[in-house]
Design a protein around this ligand. Structure first.
Ligand code: HEC
Length: 169
């Protein structure tokens, strides 16, 4: 075989591998951006914890409110061990306003629903798909750049597979 022919074949091979890689990357990006739906029935999942972030917190602007965190049955056993989480594990935060009256902190209207779905293919975002819906409205997904909007702030929790919540017996 002439060296020119070998070169042409080599270039074609490299090009097809690159095309396949780009296709795979595009596919997973599309999944994290738009294809994810709000899971039904999460109110009967394992309730992980409830956390209130009020105006005294530096995180108030980003995360203020009452966070009710749930995990599905796939992730429950891993939560009890402190991670890592198997594919298909889902954490969901049901975020509400807090209505304070006479010293009682009650759950107010819904501000957002946020989820993390374990999917080992999502290597650029810690192996999780991230999405958040304003007021829990399925027509208002807000995550366009999961690295900047979500993953960077969860990154310090590397030893817990990027999950902040821990098991409270
Ligand atoms: C400013 C930092 C910060 C950003 C940005 C952030 N999170 Fe979180 N997240 C936290 C903290 C702190 C907790 C634990 C507190 C709690 O219980 O909600 C948490 C908890 C969660 C949980 C419950 C599981 C866990 O890790 O405890 C989910 C689901 C979640 N975040 C999803 C998201 C999504 C989706 C985004 C992007 C839209 C996002 N987060 C952006 C800090 C952040």
């Amino acid at each position: 075989m002439k060296w020119v022919t070998i070169l042409v074949i080599a270039i074609a091979l490299v090009a097809s591998v690159l095309a396949a890689l780009l296709y795979a990357a595009g596919g997973s990006a599309a999944q994290s951006a738009g294809d994810v739906k709000i899971p039904t029935g999460y109110r009967s999942w394992f309730h992980v914890n409830t956390l209130v972030i009020d105006k005294a917190s530096p995180l108030y602007d980003a995360l203020g409110g009452m966070h009710n965190v749930y995990v599905n049955s796939t992730g429950e056993a891993a939560l009890k061990k402190g991670g890592p989480y198997p594919d298909g594990s889902i954490f969901l935060t049901d975020l509400h306003e807090v209505v304070v009256s006479d010293g009682s902190y009650a759950e107010g209207p819904r501000k957002a629903i946020a989820i993390m779905i374990k999917d080992d293919k999502q290597t650029s975002t810690g192996g999780w798909i991230w999405q958040l819906w304003a007021k829990g409205d399925p027509t208002k997904p807000l995550v366009m750049n999961a690295v900047k909007q979500c993953f960077e702030c969860h990154q310090p929790k590397t030893d817990q597979d990027y999950v902040y919540s821990t098991y409270i017996p």
